[in-house]
Design a protein around this ligand. Structure first.
Ligand code: COI
Length: 367
């Protein structure tokens, strides 16, 4: 059996003394990594100290994961991920509280979503416990990279990929679960209100396809549309359903919500074309607590155009206002100034950063 992915393992004792995988010096006991301008974090990769890897082969379960210095990985050219896109990713964040603790937000939800996606993509997956433990280990080993309170978060990117050698079509025999992470700030600079282009020709997902799981193959096919929209001055793209072309579905990296009166609506998950966002699910709960009526339903594009307010949610974007949408030759600007969006954002991030009491048990401390 070819060892298709080679990464040098590192024992946890080595974590105390080495880790020169990037240009930043590692000093024991230091609270924050040096050489970083914490006030100016964007959403890009900053290579940090450690990543986590766990493999499974020949039909066995995942076991014996390990931390290693962050660095390149080696894959067989015939690996399932490279040839046939057999892969999933997740995204979650670790946030620092005012009193210096480090909190994860609902990591079990990401673990469960990865399990669901793995089933669709014919891959074995780590158990929820393995997933959460691996995330905790990764964050703990990289805790100097969790930004100071209010400056951003550590974005954690778990991957599950077919790393086995595979030429014929079909699931391979080896799979790799890998986690890397990076300090990040806002996904959209300054959380500025988005100027969205509603794409009516190209579709992101189809009923029966993989739009409802976090397959790596869902993302690069939107680049072309995104680039074209950006060239015309739009900040992002909203896709319509492929079955009728009449209903709003998803933004490139986020779920969408609209407000009309006291009713908040978001596209239904039931056609399998919408990613079941962890932030989406949390915002639905928070909005219900605030006394809004929340509907998960088919949303005609006309309802978006007639809404009082629109905003989007996601781990990366958190809760971001939408300032305007353009559908064919019609442009609509929202008038509330994102008041609901801001209220939901404050509540969600309040829970995530320990500013507000976590009555729902959503946060998990890393220590
Ligand atoms: C996330 O919010 O974690 C995402 O997956 C967005 C990513 C495509 C940037």
């Amino acid at each position: 059996m070819i060892d298709t992915l080679r990464i040098p393992a590192m024992s946890s004792s080595a974590l105390q003394t080495t880790g020169e995988s990037n240009n930043h010096s590692l000093k024991n006991g230091e609270m924050y990594a040096d050489g970083i301008n914490w006030d100016d974090l964007g959403f890009g990769l900053i290579p940090i100290d450690y990543m986590y890897t766990m493999k499974c082969s020949d039909g066995e379960n995942f076991s014996q994961g390990h931390l290693s210095p962050f660095g390149k990985i080696e894959l067989c050219p015939s690996a399932g991920i490279l040839n046939y896109g057999q892969g999933l990713f997740e995204g979650l964040k670790a946030t620092r509280t005012e009193d210096g603790r480090i909190m994860l937000f609902r990591p079990q939800e990401n673990a469960l979503r990865m399990k669901m996606g793995a089933e669709r993509m014919c891959m074995p997956s780590p158990s929820v416990e393995q997933f959460v433990d691996a995330v905790k280990q990764t964050v703990f080993a990289n805790k100097r990279w969790v930004p100071p309170p209010g400056k951003g978060s550590l974005y954690i990117r778990p991957l599950l990929v077919g790393s086995g050698s595979n030429l014929g079509l079909g699931p391979g025999l080896e799979y790799t679960f890998l986690i890397f992470a990076s300090p990040v700030g806002n996904y959209h600079k300054g959380r500025a209100a988005l100027n969205l282009y509603v794409e009516h020709k190209i579709h992101r997902a189809t009923p029966g396809g993989t739009g409802g799981v976090k397959s790596v193959t869902n993302y690069s096919p939107v680049y072309q549309t995104q680039q074209q929209a950006r060239a015309k001055g739009f900040s992002d793209v909203l896709f319509l359903d492929s079955a009728t072309g009449k209903n709003i579905e998803e933004i490139v990296a986020a779920n969408i919500f609209i407000l009309k009166g006291n009713v908040i609506s978001t596209p239904t998950l039931k056609h399998g074309t919408i990613l079941p966002g962890v932030t989406r699910k949390s915002i639905i709960d928070i909005a219900l607590d605030f006394g809004y009526q929340v509907e998960e339903r088919v949303i005609p594009v006309e309802d978006l155009l007639a809404a009082d307010e629109a905003f989007c949610t996601g781990t990366a974007v958190v809760v971001n206002p939408i300032g305007a949408v353009t559908y064919q030759d019609k442009r609509v600007e929202y008038k509330t100034g994102g008041a609901l969006c801001q209220k939901l954002y404050e509540t969600l991030t309040g829970i995530q950063t320990g500013r507000l009491e976590d009555k729902k048990g959503w946060t998990l401390e890393v220590n």
